[in-house]
Every structure is written in C-alpha cells, then in structure tokens.
Design a protein around this ligand. Structure first.
Ligand code: ZN
Length: 288
C-alpha cells in the first residue's frame, strides 16, 4: 500500500512494507511548513503507529522539493490556536495573557510534541531532502536514525530572530558543543556532508536512492523482535537522560521564552523585527 491520507489533511500515512509505516509531511506548496494542524496530525499519526502492534518501524519523510521549511510563521491567529484540538500535555491555558499563553502553547506543540516523539517507543527514521530549517530540525532530531540525500541542507536561524535556538534544544548532542555554538551563532546553512561529518546524520545517499535506501534500512530493522527494539531504544535514550538532557532542554526552553518576552517588551513582537523570519511573519517578501 502506498501513501494514503487516512483521514489526515496535511500528512500521508502509508505502509510501504510489512511492519513499516511511512508518515509523509504533505504541504509541498508551503515547503512543508508546520502549521498547528500538521503538528497535531503528525502527533496523531505517531499515536496510531504506536497503538498498531504490527508496526515496528516508522519513517518520517516530506513530499515535494523540501523536507520542511520550519514552523509556519504565516498562520493566522485562529489557525495557530491549539485550543481547537484536544490537549496532549497538561499545561493548557494557551490563550492566557502575558508570556503565559505563548509559553504554554510552545510547551505543547513545539517542545512537548518533539519530546513526545523522541520518546516514541519504536524505532524511527527521518528521510530528509532539500531544506530542513529551524522547526524542521525539531522533526528530524527526535528520530533515532537520520538518512538524507546529497541536496539536504540544515539551518537554525533562531538567533537571527532574537532567540537562543529552536524550542527542542538537541543542538549540543547532535553537533557537539563547539559546533553547536557555531551553528547557532552564525545561523549558517550546513550541507549534508558537514552534517554527516559531525555525526548528525547516519547516511547520505543520492536523491534518487533516498526513499529506497531508507525503506531497506527500515525493512532490516523490522525483522528484529519489537520488544528488543523498544528496549534498545530506551536504553540509549536513558544514557542521554542520565547525563541531564531533559534538564538542559528545559533550561534552554526557559531562556527561549525569556528572549521571546524580551522581544515583546522591546519591539512588541516575539521575535526581532529586523530578522528574515520577522519579515516573513509580516507577509513581506523575503529580502536577499
Ligand atoms: Zn518559540
């Protein structure tokens, strides 16, 4: 069976091989920018794969030219309101005033969802091509294995927008502390080769081989016993958590919201208005 909508609007949910589910972001006209609906549908798709005991491995891919351009900064306030959906976490209160509402919204749909997918019990493989920018990293970093094609490019431009990195602060583990700082400070776009050299991606393959290579890898993993796969995943995740990963991430999330709040006090908006991200948010054409 190929990729099917299966009741979703913004993603496809397919079963390309026995015991393998392939979830595909499907807003190609928006470079798979993540609106609130897409994030909720992605979360529901992971839940569906978790509850289906025949599923052993989940592939996460993107339709169109790019994996994901990040969070959809052009969403209307109504579309961006998570109150439209059944809450997944327990912070709630998304419409509260001051910094309370935005903190709780991002705690739910950004940091909360990425952390939840990082703790998804079964093996996950990100299949990345084209741009994987800012919020795009928050979909691939929670995955266990990352395969990308030669055209893949990675960037976190949050510092340019006046905040210390995206809401899921995996940078030091993905890149090492020194390169994580360079990645954040410069907001430069890094290519597949550099990401591979740093150990951030497992494999780089030709664009035309990406889907097949990833599916072969998923098939090989899916031959193993599911309970052992879940146990192995949790064992490695425990190593990061025992070293303080969760505490570090929560501390960065607080700094992230300190900066959102600072920008709001200084500029009247949550990000620095002099950034490309702010120009996009204002609906103006992105300058060169
Ligand atoms: Zn934020």
């Amino acid at each position: 069976m190929g990729d099917m909508a299966e009741g979703f609007e913004t993603i496809l949910y397919g079963k390309p091989a026995d015991h393998v589910v392939r979830i595909c972001l499907n807003r190609p006209e928006k470079a798979n920018a993540q609106n609130t609906l897409l994030l909720h549908e992605l979360n529901s798709a992971f839940d569906r794969a978790a509850r289906d005991n025949a599923v052993k491995v989940v592939i996460l891919a993107g339709a169109g030219r790019h994996f994901s351009a990040g969070h959809d900064l052009r969403e209307s306030p109504e579309e961006a309101d998570p109150s439209r959906f059944e809450p997944v976490g327990t912070w709630c209160g998304f419409g509260s005033d001051g910094q309370e509402g935005p903190f709780q919204r991002e705690k739910e749909i950004y940091q909360g969802f990425s952390e939840r997918w990082r703790n998804f019990s079964k093996p996950t493989i990100a299949e990345v091509h084209g741009l994987c920018v800012a919020g795009g990293l928050m979909l691939v970093w929670p995955c266990d294995i990352i395969v990308c094609s030669e055209d893949a490019r990675f960037m976190d431009n949050a510092v340019d927008m006046g905040i210390p990195g995206v809401e899921f602060f995996a940078h030091p583990w993905e890149l090492g502390p020194r390169k994580a700082k360079e990645f954040l400070f410069t907001a430069d776009m890094w290519d597949a080769r550099e990401a591979h050299r740093l150990g951030m991606v497992n494999h780089v393959v030709k664009r035309e081989d990406l889907e097949g290579f990833t599916l072969d890898l998923a098939r090989r993993i899916a031959r193993k016993p599911l309970f052992a796969l879940k146990a192995a995943k949790e064992a490695v995740n425990n190593a990061q958590d025992a070293a303080g990963r969760t505490t570090v991430m929560n501390a960065q999330f607080a700094l992230h919201h300190l900066c959102h709040s600072h920008n709001m006090q200084k500029y009247g908006m949550s990000i620095d208005p002099n950034s490309d991200g702010a120009r996009l948010m204002a609906g103006k054409a992105k300058s060169g």
